[in-house]
Design a protein around this ligand. Structure first.
Ligand SMILES: Cc1cc2nc3c(=O)[nH]c(=O)nc-3n(C[C@H](O)[C@H](O)[C@H](O)COP(=O)(O)O)c2cc1C
Length: 162
């Protein structure tokens, strides 16, 4: 079968996900973030999670070499933030815009959960790098998540228990 890349991406987009901002610190201690929906939980014991970093990303150098990152799971009111960190430039976090748990990676306010991880393994896979992290600390809050489906943002509110 020959693949039309655009059509293939559209087919992949029919898998609904949540939306995260993955954050880390650069060597000067500045916080950076990247919008990511390839996050998944891998293992409970030990607690491992992963996400996939595109090798064309301007942030590739930073995230591919970092020793720790945090996964911030966005609430349904954080669509604008998702767009900000999906764009080119302006992906630096201002001091005071975030907190820290154990590794120092930026923990963003207003999310429904955050996982603070140390990088456990890096696996090259085609045009992406799989970054497996061990969760060192986490937090979770009540609220509805930001959903992503077929290129559109939405809310998990429709799934809420009545
Ligand atoms: C909903 C959504 C999900 C995304 N998921 C990923 C992802 O899993 N991995 C990734 O490398 N980029 C992902 N991106 C793209 C990055 O956010 C985008 O490449 C980046 O922010 C653009 O700047 P950069 O050149 O610094 O990467 C996603 C974008 C959006 C809007």
């Amino acid at each position: 079968m020959t693949f039309d890349l655009k059509d293939y991406r559209t087919a992949l987009g029919s898998f609904a996900t949540g939306v995260t901002i993955v954050t880390t610190l650069d060597s000067n201690g500045n916080g950076h973030g990247l919008t990511v929906n390839s996050f998944t939980s891998v293992s409970l014991e030990p607690p491992l999670v992963l996400w996939c970093l595109g090798n064309k990303s301007d942030s590739f150098d930073l995230f591919s070499k970092c020793d720790a990152y945090a996964i911030n799971i966005l609430s349904d009111s954080q669509g604008e933030m998702a767009m900000r960190f999906a764009g080119k430039g302006d992906q630096k976090l201002a001091v005071g815009e975030y907190a820290a748990l154990e590794t120092g990676s930026p923990i963003l306010p207003g999310t429904i959960a955050a996982f603070d991880t140390k990088v456990a393994k890096r696996i090259e896979a085609g045009d992406h790098l799989i970054l497996i992290g061990q969760t060192m600390a986490y937090q979770s809050h009540q609220g509805q998540g930001l959903a992503y489906f077929s290129g559109q943002f939405g809310s998990t509110a429709a799934l809420a228990k009545s």
